[in-house]
Write a protein that binds this ligand. Structure first.
Ligand SMILES: *Cc1c(COP(=O)(O)O)cnc(C)c1O
Length: 362
């Protein structure tokens, strides 16, 4: 069998969720955290991750009703928020039937709720565009939408919500501008608030009140470019992507390795071929020198990543050979380091996982 696999450490997932919940004040300050498990839990398997968190999570968040129904079918009973709301008014009946919570981010969704009587109240998270300019109501329309929804008997809790565009940039003033815009647009409106994604929760204490929506940090990957960011240091990586050396080449100086001869040996070099490629989700544009761990020791990638294989330098690893374990990212090689050597982001790195079987621990 092909040795490529992703080990998923569910104890680390629970550790990271508890950290998120502590940061938002979940132990004493009344804060709550929805575990974001959209996009198959950022490649970690939404059903298994949600099941692992079900006992302690305040709830879950997904992108769309298809993802929510899969969780319900798997027996997840905690609240589930639809982060993009409904795409069509037809979904409202299903949303109520399955006890889902929905974001409302556009005037047509407010109108749809007004036109559609529902058998049970639905909880609505009314989203403000506080400056990201993706989805959300304009500040000038927010209060009116809030009041119209509040007047509907089939709207239950009404949570005020927004989303940050640049919370992963510690010195950027945009996050405080968005906080101010949110405070101004929602002033005097009662009910709970929800602002924080992972970088805001980790890096912006002034945004933490109410319901947090951590995603990336649950999977133990820092959203910050700076590896020394203090709160990110408490995260534990959940996924370990690993495979094995399946062939070894002994090459003299001056020999090219792989497609396009991107790497040429400058001395006698031992090359290890690893069963892992971009079809598995490893970044195709990882550069020479991208870190890996070979039998537990630091090593690096050389040559262009191909679809099913990549090559590593074994010259400094004389004990390594066919069958040696290679970690691509995880406990020893932080995913953020791989990101720093590739033209990708930590979000995309995790979501790109394909073909590799997921094996769960904990
Ligand atoms: C995806 C998403 C999140 C989670 O963001 P992370 O940066 O992964 O923590 C939170 N809120 C909304 C609206 C999202 O779409």
């Amino acid at each position: 069998m092909r040795p490529a696999r992703a080990l998923i450490d569910l104890d680390a997932l629970r550790h990271n969720y508890r950290l998120a919940r502590r940061l938002c004040g979940g132990d004493d300050g009344g804060g709550r955290a929805l575990a974001v498990v959209k996009a198959d839990a950022y490649g970690h398997g939404a059903l298994r991750c949600a099941a692992a968190l079900e006992a302690e999570a305040d709830g879950f968040a997904v992108a769309c009703i298809e993802e929510a129904l899969a969780l319900r079918e798997a027996g997840i009973g905690k609240p589930i928020l639809l982060l993009e709301g409904f795409f069509d008014a037809d979904e409202l009946a299903l949303i109520v039937h399955h006890d889902l919570w929905t974001v409302v981010h556009a005037p047509w969704q407010v109108e749809a709720l007004e036109r559609t009587p529902l058998p049970k109240p639905v909880d609505v998270w009314l989203k403000l565009d506080s400056g990201m300019h993706r989805v959300g109501l304009e500040p000038r329309d927010y209060r009116d939408a809030w009041q119209r929804l509040r007047a509907l008997p089939h709207v239950g809790a009404l949570v005020k919500m927004s989303h940050f565009a640049r919370a992963d940039e510690p010195d950027c003033t945009r996050t405080t501008e968005q906080l101010d815009a949110f405070a101004a647009a929602t002033a005097g409106l009662p009910g709970e608030s929800s602002l924080c994604n992972s970088p805001a929760l980790l890096g912006w204490p002034q945004a933490r009140a109410g319901w947090a929506r951590p995603g990336l940090m649950l999977y133990g990957v820092s959203p910050f470019a700076d590896p020394a960011h203090p709160s990110a240091a408490q995260l534990r990586p959940v996924m370990t992507l690993e495979s094995k050396v399946i062939a070894v080449r002994e090459l003299p100086a001056g020999e090219p390795v792989g497609y396009g001869a991107r790497f040429v040996t400058d001395a006698p070099t031992r090359i290890g071929v690893v069963a892992m490629g971009y079809a598995d989700g490893y970044p195709q544009f990882a550069v020479n020198g991208t870190p890996v761990a070979i039998d537990g020791r630091p090593g690096h990638l050389v040559g262009r990543v191909s679809m099913d294989m990549l090559t590593v330098d074994l010259t400094a690893h004389p004990q390594a050979g066919v069958g040696s374990r290679v970690e691509l990212w995880g406990k020893q090689v932080p995913a953020a380091q791989v990101v720093a050597h590739s033209q990708t982001s930590s979000y995309r790195l995790l979501c790109a996982g394909k073909r590799v079987p997921l094996e769960y621990r904990g």
